[in-house]
Write a protein that binds this ligand. Structure first.
Ligand code: MRU
Length: 343
């Protein structure tokens, strides 16, 4: 049974608070879109596809709460809700994909009650499509994993991050379900430890052997020939294949190339932003310094200047293949991505 990070409970959502894992499994229930917006900002719900799903539900809840029978007044208030959700986190493409879909439903010119009904249906559809896409891409990606492989992954790209099978972890879990004997090295993923807290938890639940290491140990294991491939998820992929993912992904990709280890990106097509020519245009979220200076609320450092970009961009030349629900694409990515959307 895959863990469900978010569920729709007719006019409310139930979310697993990922900041409390793995110590406690605490669920939050709310019908207030502002609370979901805060949960997205605070990473209670996180991971590109899961953020998109949460964003869709938040907009639906915000719309349901608008008390107005005038279309113009409803739309004015709806736009405020939609802008709030779009302003929660800047990097994951899936969030904006979901917001744009919800906006199109709201602006379709129907009466208020009908529009509200349509928005709920659209949010539920966004959820089921994201979940389905990760199932499909996991099956494609599992073909790249051979029996006996040791795989390195970064951050958390499993069911918690996607509401479905997972992207990078989906591929790994699927290969395990096919009976392949595989092992995983999980980077702890500083500063918020998504790898240490969430990836190890999910892989242990799935019965896949996992070894935790700090981010800086990756070069050691890669250079010793102990890793057969690296698989990561993505937050946004530009039209040329450049990929934004959790900070530290770029370093891993360079190390993988230096050591002739394949480097795979797994993501649904909702993560691809074909409107951006290259990764240089991807907005990178800068988060507060306390995430670096503090651990579990305790200051670990002097009161120094802190940098905290949440993502980096891996240039497409370091990426061996991109695994999507439409199939596996390889260089040149521009052509592969165009074909994917042409399908
Ligand atoms: O800041 P987060 O925890 O939302 O970052 C998540 C990641 O970078 C994941 O690797 C990415 O969203 C891919 S998950 C399917």
């Amino acid at each position: 049974m895959l863990v469900q990070p978010i569920e729709w409970l007719s006019n409310k959502v139930r979310m697993l608070d990922q900041t409390r894992l793995p110590q406690e499994e605490v669920y939050l229930e709310t019908g207030d879109y502002q609370e979901i917006a805060s949960a997205i900002r605070e990473l209670k719900i996180r991971g590109a596809p899961a953020i998109g799903v949460a964003g869709g539900y938040a907009i639906a809840l915000g719309a349901l709460a608008i008390e107005s029978s005038s279309k113009d007044d409803f739309l004015e208030k709806f736009r405020q809700v939609s802008r709030t959700i779009a302003g929660t986190r800047p990097t994951a493409r899936n969030l904006f994909q979901a917001v744009e879909r919800m906006d199109r439903v709201a602006e379709a010119g129907r009466e208020v009650e009908e529009t509200k009904k349509g928005l709920v249906e659209e949010a539920v559809k966004i959820h089921s499509e994201e979940a389905e896409a990760t199932g499909k891409l996991s099956r494609f990606g599992a073909e790249l994993i051979k029996d006996g492989f040791t795989i390195l992954t970064h951050c958390n790209a499993g069911p918690l991050a996607t509401t479905g099978y997972g992207t990078a972890l989906g591929v790994i879990i699927q290969a395990g379900e096919q009976g392949k004997k595989i092992k995983v090295f999980a980077d702890e993923t500083r500063p918020l430890l998504q790898g240490a807290r969430l990836t190890t938890w999910e892989l242990m639940k799935a019965g896949i052997p996992v070894t935790l290491m700090t981010d800086s140990m990756a070069g050691y294991f890669l250079s010793r020939g102990e890793i057969d491939c690296v698989i990561v998820g993505a937050d946004r992929i530009a039209a040329n294949g450049d990929t934004a993912n959790k900070i530290g992904t770029y370093s891993l990709a360079v190390l993988a190339k230096e050591n002739n280890v394949p480097f795979y990106v797994a993501a649904p097509t909702t993560t691809i932003d074909a409107s951006l020519e290259t990764g240089a245009e991807i907005p990178i979220e800068q988060r507060k310094g306390e995430e670096v200076t503090h651990m579990m609320g305790v200051r670990m450092t002097s009161d120094c200047e802190v940098a905290n970009p949440a993502f980096d961009v891996t240039p497409h030349r370091y990426i061996t293949a991109i695994i999507t629900e439409g199939g596996i694409i390889r260089q040149p990515y521009g052509e592969g991505i165009r074909n994917l959307f042409g399908k």
